[in-house]
Ligand binder design. Structure first.
Ligand code: ZN
Length: 433
């Protein structure tokens, strides 16, 4: 009898990583004669969820060839050995015999697109007859249940994670940056987010003391063989695990009208720019978007770097589709931009004083609609003589996104759009235009 094991919240602020705990557990299960069926899953939930564990992902994998009770015993011992239980981890382990039903699937969708509570988690677990082992409040069961219920039919990507040997944890990762550039060059776009093109930063290695040496994201697991031949690291690798994931799939977005937006949802909103974008002292750029039924603030925060320059070029009247997470802020509901599609640019009109018909000097406005006066010769012209000219726009319609360093795990990089469009079913969220 096959069953699913889900796992989440094994890490503390300092260290740990659920991918590592799961990778160890899977290897120990295999040592007992169990088989892991298919790829283990690495599942990201709604980035606005208050229960999320510091950016870490929940894991689920399917096991067969072992008694459930033996697997429970093993999972308990691995978690008690490796989970950061003394540092505040509230690990949840979920066991589900057979396949997840509709209730678990819908729990996943709520966890990835909306907000779910721990009570919801316990209720769904009971209804699904899932078995739970948890520590502290058991906050980790939310991610563990969602990872088991995850529906990857709308798109998935893969991540190869190389873990470090324990004696190297906390030390500087010795990865040859040139080899990462080579890897990127040779395998892109089948691998992605290896490097931030704007800052040149290497994106495959974390900067935390966690057990991950590097993670390579890809759209096809076959590409990892090639990538591993190219990358050069100067420390032994403990083991390498390939996960299938919902990262870079845009599944967190819902297409919503402005009046239906709520705190905590991730949304795709179509509208017209109604207020000239402006930067505040912190370098954050804000503008207002309206759709006839309401208005919402949109923000491109400082970490989105050059994306802000694009946003500052928008003017009232521009038609756009905005993607991002909705948050309640002091100024009101605010959509934190992750990407934007500029559908149509408004005409940028500039008005200025006419030249003097007598002497050719640029005239001065007399204010309001009183017309113009020449300061040199005193000639006057009525208001309707003002010059109206169209200024060419500095930006073009199309898709724009924040740099990789500011992008959420779930947001799909634009470079993957064309690559994935042909072999995926769409559900209206991503290629909504
Ligand atoms: Zn004049």
């Amino acid at each position: 009898m096959a069953f699913w094991i889900g796992l989440d919240d094994t890490d503390s602020r300092k260290a740990g990583c659920t991918t590592y705990v799961a990778a160890v557990a899977m290897r120990r299960l295999e040592a007992l004669g169990a088989r892991i069926v298919g790829y283990p899953r690495l599942i990201r939930l709604n980035p606005s969820c208050p229960y999320k564990t510091r950016g870490n992902a929940a894991i689920a994998f399917k096991v067969e060839g072992i008694e459930l009770e033996r697997a429970e015993e093993l999972m308990r011992s691995v978690v008690e050995e490796l989970s950061e239980l003394d540092e505040g981890a509230e690990t949840g382990i979920v066991f589900l015999e057979g396949e997840p039903d509709e209730r678990l699937r819908s729990f996943y969708w709520r966890a990835v697109r909306e907000l779910v509570s721990l009570d919801d988690g316990f209720k769904v677990a009971e209804e699904a007859e899932a078995k739970l082992i948890y520590y502290g409040s058991g906050r980790g069961i939310i991610g563990a249940l969602a990872a088991i219920g995850a529906d990857l039919s709308l798109g998935k990507t893969y991540e190869l994670i190389a873990h470090r040997r324990r004696e190297y944890w906390g030390t500087v990762r010795r990865i040859d940056p040139v080899s990462v550039l080579e890897l990127d060059e040779a395998t892109r776009p089948y691998t992605f987010d290896n490097i931030d093109p704007e800052s040149g930063e290497i994106r495959i290695a974390p900067h935390t003391p966690c057990p991950v040496l590097f993670g390579i994201r890809g759209v096809d697991p076959e590409i990892f063989e090639k990538a591993l031949k190219i990358i050069r690291v100067y420390e032994p690798i403990e083991f390498v695990t390939i996960f299938e994931t919902n990262q870079a799939t845009d599944v967190h977005y819902q297409r919503l009208g402005i009046r239906d937006l709520r705190d905590g949802v991730c949304a795709v909103v179509e509208g017209v720019v109604t207020m000239q974008p402006r930067a505040n002292v912190g370098g954050h750029v804000f503008f207002k978007l309206g759709d006839g039924n309401g208005e919402i603030w949109c923000a491109a925060y400082e970490p989105t770097k050059s994306f802000r320059k694009l946003i500052l070029q928008l003017i009232p009247g521009d038609e756009v589709v905005a993607y991002g997470a909705v948050k309640q802020k002091p100024q009101g509901l605010t959509l934190n931009l992750e990407k934007i599609y500029i559908r149509r640019l408004a005409e940028k009109i500039v008005e200025r004083s006419p030249k003097c018909p007598e002497c050719g000097k640029r005239m001065t406005s007399m204010g309001g609609s009183k017309g113009f006066k020449c300061r040199r010769c005193g000639a006057k012209l009525p208001e309707e003589y003002k010059e109206i000219s169209r200024v060419p726009r500095a930006i073009k319609p199309g898709f724009y996104e924040v740099p990789p360093s500011a992008r959420r795990h779930l947001a799909r990089p634009l470079m993957l759009d064309e690559l994935l469009r042909d072999n995926e079913h769409r559900q209206g969220a991503s290629n909504l235009i």
